[in-house]
Design a protein around this ligand. Structure first.
Ligand code: NAD
Length: 343
C-alpha cells in the first residue's frame, strides 16, 4: 500500500512539474474569464486547439461545470474558480491575452443578480485592466448589442450611440456594458493598455444554460419537456441570431487585429421575429419525433428592444470576418445537444 501511495504521489508531482514547464515555455498564455459559460467554454476549446495555454476563470454563478470538466483533463487547461471582481494576487509568469467574458448574460440572470451584473462589467473590467497592465497583456472586453438599447436606427453601426433607459430593470446590464467600454477607453488613453471591444449580438449554441431564459434555450426546453411555448409580447420583435462558432472566430480575429475601437459581431443575415423562431424550432423538434406544443403569448418584458440587427461592415473590412453558419444548421446542433442532455 505504501509503495502504491508513494507512486501515486510521485506521478502527481511529475505531472504538475510538467504542467509548470509548459507555462514557462514560449507558448502564448491566455486568460478567459467566464470560461464555464456558453461563449467562454467554446473560446477555451478553440484556443487550446490553436496551441495556447489556457486559464479559464469562473465563479460558476450562471456557468456550468460540465462545460469545462472535460477541458480540465487536458494538459494545457487550468480552471481558476474565483470571482472576477475579487482582488487577485495572480501568479502568472507570463500572460499574453485576456478575454473578459464573465458576466450574467441573459435577462433572467441579470434581473436575478443586478449587483453581480454591474460589478462583473465594471469592477471586473477594472480588475482585468490592472491584470493586463501588470503583464503587458492585450485585453478583449465582451460588450453587447445592448449598448444600443432600443435602437432608433436599423441596422446598428458602431457609431450609433444608443437609446438606453438608465433607470430600468435592464440598466444593470446595458449601462454596465457601456461603462465597461468607457473603462477600456480610459485605460488605453492613460496607460496605453491594448484593448479590444466586441459588441456581441444574440449568440446561441450547445452549452447554453437550459434555464437561462433566452429565446432559443427556452423554446427548445419547452418542446423537450412537452410544455407550452411562451412568447413575451406579440412575437413580432426581431433578433439576429449568430451561431457560437462564428462568434468565437470573430473574437479571435479581433484579438489578433490592430483595431481598438468597438466592433459589432453578429449575424445580419439571420434576422427573425420571435414567432418565426418558435415555429422553426417546433419544426426541427418534430423532425426528431418531439410532438408540437402550443404557442402562448404573455406580457412583453419592460424595455425589451423591438428589433436588433448588426451592421458588420467594419468587421468585414478590418477582420475579414462574416458569419458562415445558417440559423437552421446552428439550431440543429443546439437541439441535438439538448436532446442528448435530457434523453
Ligand atoms: P454565460 O452566462 O453562458 O457565461 C457567462 C459566464 O460568466 C458564466 O460561466 C458565469 O458563471 C460567469 N460569471 C458571471 N459573473 C462572474 C463573476 N463575477 N466572476 C467570475 N465569473 C462570472 O453567458 P455567455 O452567453 O457565454 O456570455 C459571455 C459574455 O458575452 C458575457 O459578458 C455577455 O454579456 C456577452 N454577450 C453574450 C451574448 C450572447 O448572446 N450570448 C450577447 C452579447 C454579449
Amino acid at each position: 500500500i505504501i509503495l502504491l501511495v508513494s507512486s501515486c504521489v510521485l506521478i502527481y508531482l511529475i505531472y504538475n512539474t510538467l504542467k509548470y514547464d509548459i507555462v514557462t515555455s514560449d507558448r502564448s498564455v491566455v486568460l478567459v474569464t467566464g470560461a464555464a459559460g456558453l461563449v467562454g467554454s467554446h473560446l477555451c476549446e478553440e484556443l487550446l486547439k490553436r496551441n495556447y495555454i489556457v486559464y479559464g476563470l469562473d465563479n460558476l454563478s450562471t456557468g456550468q461545470i460540465r462545460n469545462i470538466n472535460w477541458l480540465n483533463s487536458l494538459r494545457d487547461f487550468y480552471f481558476v474558480n474565483r470571482d472576477v471582481t475579487d482582488k487577485w494576487e495572480d501568479g502568472f509568469t507570463r500572460l499574453d491575452e485576456i478575454y473578459h467574458m464573465a458576466s450574467p448574460a441573459s435577462p433572467k440572470a441579470y434581473f436575478k443578480d443586478p449587483i453581480g451584473t454591474y460589478r462583473a462589467n465594471t469592477i471586473g473590467t477594472e480588475s482585468m485592466i490592472e491584470l493586463a497592465g501588470r503583464h503587458s497583456a492585450r485585453l478583449l472586453f465582451a460588450s453587447s448589442s445592448e449598448v444600443y438599447g432600443d435602437p432608433l436606427t436599423h441596422p446598428q453601426t458602431e457609431i450609433y450611440w444608443g437609446n438606453v433607459n438608465p433607470y430600468g430593470p435592464r440598466a444593470c446590464y446595458d449601462e454596465s456594458k457601456r461603462m465597461g467600454e468607457t473603462l477600456c477607453f480610459i485605460a488605453q488613453q492613460l496607460y496605453g493598455t491594448e484593448i479590444r471591444i466586441a459588441r456581441i449580438f444574440n449568440t446561441f449554441g450547445p452549452r447554453m444554460h437550459p434555464e437561462d431564459g433566452r429565446v432559443i434555450s427556452n423554446f427548445i426546453m419547452n418542446g423537450i419537456k412537452g410544455d407550452d411555448i411562451f412568447i413575451y409580447g406579440d412575437g413580432m420583435k426581431t433578433r439576429s441570431f449568430m451561431y457560437i462558432s462564428d462568434l468565437v472566430d470573430g473574437l479571435i480575429r479581433l484579438m489578433a487585429s490592430n483595431n481598438s475601437s468597438p466592433i459589432n459581431l453578429g449575424n445580419p443575415y439571420e434576422e427573425h421575429n420571435v414567432l418565426k423562431v418558435a415555429k422553426i424550432i417546433q419544426e426541427l423538434l418534430a423532425e426528431r419525433g418531439i410532438a408540437r406544443t402550443r404557442i402562448n403569448y404573455i406580457q412583453a418584458l419592460q424595455d425589451d428592444p423591438t428589433k436588433r440587427k448588426p451592421d458588420i461592415s467594419k468587421a468585414e473590412e478590418l477582420l475579414d470576418w462574416r458569419p458562415t453558419v445558417s440559423f437552421e444548421d446552428g439550431l440543429r446542433k443546439t437541439i441535438d445537444y439538448f436532446i442528448e442532455l435530457y434523453k
